[in-house]
Design a protein. Structure first.
Length: 467
């Protein structure tokens, strides 16, 4: 779903589509990369994790990299405020349904289930659909609605192999697209009506399709279902039935024409300009962390309640630094032996030695790279080695680092005497754990053992007597 006011003035036929034959010769190989930073706002959902958010970004890159669009994950939060967008980055708000709405670059709303790493792609395709709207492409059926009606002559349904005496018929408007793809035909309007894209066949809101398997649909040709000049709708290669910008389930592809249109629209769209980033952002880790890479255990010196922020714990750890990259690419990590480079510089290969290589796999979890100074090469993008040095923007780390971690759960054991095994047990969620009146709300004249657990599993515990 798109927000119409956002697209007024640029998502129109002023950008003309190439013909189908012209699009066959298009290559994106030498085009300039178009890059965006993306921040995820998970509206108080506690079931998704960082791997799920990265799964959504990885999926975006899998679908859009073919057109040289790239997306860099920069973080997430669990704030329920939908007005807290971060400037100059694409802000995605995960909502409590399976749909989506492309309101604008700073307000892209997508169902939480679409980002779930375990979700079937019938839901995940919503991510590509909504981003397609942001970049200027519309529904394949734009301008033509649908009504169900009876056929004069029944057909045999190709999926169920039974007679079918009904079909969906188009409901035309002034923007309805005709079937012909011959530019010399006077009825040709593929570049000025519908979605303005020639290699997406003319269609209606509800095309006549049927499931040929558990994961795909095929187009059903019905001679009586015709466009406004009497030509039957056709889709011999099932382009519309698989297209991200349709409403057919199991969508999994864009067309070359849609890629061309996005690359025509985005560089000339004043709404999008402030959100453009640099391809070098992908060579930078999205976070710098303290701990032991590739290990579930992290040394802890101490952990105490944050004195100025309820619901948080200040955790002191020895400095053992590593960086995390988003999944989906090959990361070749180099030791820089010589030269005077800062973050973002292209490193002379003679000044670098390959240290290790992290290959993409089926995981959507962070790619961990030890250290804070290295060169990065991403072969899927280019052969350049790009310098990264955490110290360029941060002072050299001390022997230890204090990180402030949110409390995910608080377990309270309430008894009449200290240490008694029998008592009343209560578990608080993250929001309840951050209540500044938590202690005041405890029952008087009781002993309370309070154990708090952070998002990384750090636990602190104390016992108090409430007067």
């Amino acid at each position: 779903m798109r927000s119409s006011h956002y697209y007024d003035g640029f998502n129109n036929a002023n950008v003309r589509s190439m013909t189908v034959d012209e699009l066959k010769n298009v290559s994106f190989q030498n085009t300039t990369p178009i890059t965006f930073n993306v921040f995820i706002h998970d509206l108080n959902n506690q079931t998704l994790n960082e791997c799920d958010y990265l799964h959504g970004i990885k999926y975006l890159n899998e679908q859009f990299n073919q057109f040289h669009f790239y997306f860099k994950y920069i973080g997430h939060d669990h704030d329920s405020d939908t007005n807290n967008s971060i400037p100059n980055v694409l802000n995605v708000y995960l909502i409590n349904n399976s749909g989506g709405q492309a309101i604008g670059p700073d307000n892209i709303r997508i169902g939480q289930i679409c980002f779930d790493e375990d979700s079937p792609f019938i839901h995940t395709s919503t991510i590509a659909h909504e981003f397609g709207h942001i970049f200027g492409i519309n529904h394949t059926f734009l301008g033509t609605g649908s009504n169900q009606g009876n056929l004069n002559t029944s057909i045999t349904n190709p999926c169920y192999h039974i007679p079918q005496d009904w079909a969906y018929f188009p409901n035309f408007s002034s923007n309805s697209e005709n079937v012909t793809r011959d530019p010399s035909d006077p009825n040709y309007n593929a570049d000025s009506k519908g979605d303005f894209i020639a290699d997406t066949p003319a269609t209606q809101r509800i095309p006549n399709v049927c499931p040929d398997s558990n994961t795909s649909y095929i187009f059903v040709y019905i001679p009586e279902v015709v466009d406004q000049v009497g030509e039957p709708y056709v889709d011999p290669f099932n382009i519309v039935t698989k297209n991200f910008m349709s409403y057919v389930p199991f969508r999994n592809q864009f067309t070359i024409g849609q890629g061309v249109r996005m690359r025509q629209i985005v560089p000339n769209n004043p709404y999008i300009q402030p959100y453009l980033s640099d391809i070098k952002e992908l060579y930078k880790p999205y976070d710098h962390r303290i701990g032991t890479p590739n290990s579930n255990t992290t040394p802890i010196i101490s952990a105490v309640e944050a004195p100025d922020k309820p619901g948080y714990v200040d955790v002191k750890r020895p400095t053992n630094e590593y960086c995390v990259f988003q999944p989906g690419y090959t990361y070749r990590i180099f030791t820089i032996n010589s030269g005077n480079y800062t973050t973002g510089d292209v490193v002379n290969p003679n000044d670098a030695t390959l240290r290790d290589t992290h290959y993409p796999d089926n995981s959507s979890c962070p790619v961990r790279v030890s250290g804070i100074v290295f060169g990065v090469q991403i072969p899927e993008i280019s052969g350049d080695i790009i310098m990264y040095d955490y110290r360029d923007t941060n002072s050299t780390a001390s022997p230890y680092t204090i990180t402030r971690e949110p409390v995910i759960t608080t377990d309270i054991h309430t008894t009449n005497t200290p240490g008694a095994p029998n008592g009343v047990d209560t578990t608080l969620n993250q929001q309840q754990s951050a209540d500044p009146n938590l202690i005041n709300n405890l029952e008087n004249h009781k002993y309370h053992t309070i154990k708090k657990t952070t998002e990384t599993g750090v636990q602190i515990q104390k016992t108090i007597y409430k007067q």
